[in-house]
Design a protein around this ligand. Structure first.
Ligand code: IPE
Ligand code: IPE
Ligand code: MG
Length: 261
């Protein structure tokens, strides 16, 4: 993944990246909706609504590029700390967006999955989530994972609890616990680990997103506010990713040798 992946005419040729240089799994912290609205003297919820449009665009682009998994951080376990009114409006937006988009996603062979503590949501939203997952469960195209009421610490704690219960039931011993076993109890265990992490909105932090799963993910931060994250912005992140050398602890020489083999 070095200079070869760039064609000579990078300005005119949009499909400059070879499919082997694309990530299989992209995980995004969609940040900056509030600031996008503030800049326009609009209420914050207008930014969240514009954010839903950006989601639609990115989902379409990822499907076209045959990306396997797209994980989107929609609501963190800490976002309950926001003003009650904003939280309420966000919940409404989830329900309406889900209801509006799910049939189209289904038609496009997208499989929808929600991770996070869904018991924190009201019954209507829980039902909407269950329906969307059920409708799309056999689809074989892009998997869109929505992280809602999700926190990396919650995920790990939840997994440890599950293993603890298995120990209590005499099914496993503490000595059986390996990184692989812990992983098997975490969200996203059925998918490849995220290759590319994107955070929009300028902040350079993980904000309790996928803590375990990001261990070897390439990190990409952009100042673009989420509602402005369009195809060109996605392309920039993919170009940055394609230029990285992923070493997973090895030396650069070892990685080059393996590629040549
Ligand atoms: C991200 O945008 C969306 C959610 C957290 C739900 P923000 O609402 O955090 O936008 P900023 O960071 O205030 O601009
Ligand atoms: C992270 O954004 C959560 C989501 C995008 C859903 P925040 O805006 O909540 O993160 P902090 O509070 O700035 O770290
Ligand atoms: Mg924010």
């Amino acid at each position: 993944m070095s200079t070869q992946m760039l064609s000579n005419n990078t300005h005119t040729d949009k499909k400059i990246l070879k499919s082997e240089d694309l990530p299989r799994h992209i995980a995004i912290i969609m940040d900056g909706n509030g600031r996008w609205a503030l800049k326009r003297y609009l209420p914050r919820i207008a930014g969240h609504k514009a954010g839903v449009e950006a989601v639609r665009g990115v989902v379409e682009s990822c499907a076209k590029k045959d990306i396997e998994v797209l994980t989107l951080f929609a609501f963190s376990s800490e976002n309950w700390r926001r003003p009650e009114k904003e939280v309420g409006l966000l919940m409404e937006l989830f329900v309406t967006a889900l209801g509006r988009e799910v049939n189209k996603l289904h038609k496009n062979n997208v499989k929808l999955k929600v991770i996070g503590d869904r018991l924190g949501f009201n019954a209507r939203l829980q039902k909407g989530i269950a329906n969307a997952e059920d409708l799309t469960k056999d689809n074989t195209g892009l998997v869109v994972v929505i992280a809602a009421n999700y926190g990396g610490r919650w995920d790990i704690t939840h997994a440890v609890k599950k293993l603890g219960e298995q120990i209590e039931a005499g099914e496993i011993n503490a000595a059986d616990i390996t990184p692989e076993l812990l992983d098997s109890a975490l969200s996203l265990t059925e998918y490849p680990e995220p290759d590319l992490f994107i955070r929009t909105g300028g902040e350079k932090r993980i904000s309790n997103f996928l803590l375990w799963q990001l261990a070897y993910t390439e990190l990409y931060f952009t100042d673009v506010l989420w509602p402005d994250f369009n195809d060109a912005a996605l392309e920039d992140s993919l170009t940055s990713f394609a230029g990285r050398q992923r070493r997973f602890g090895q030396t650069g020489e070892q990685v080059e040798l393996k590629k040549g083999a």
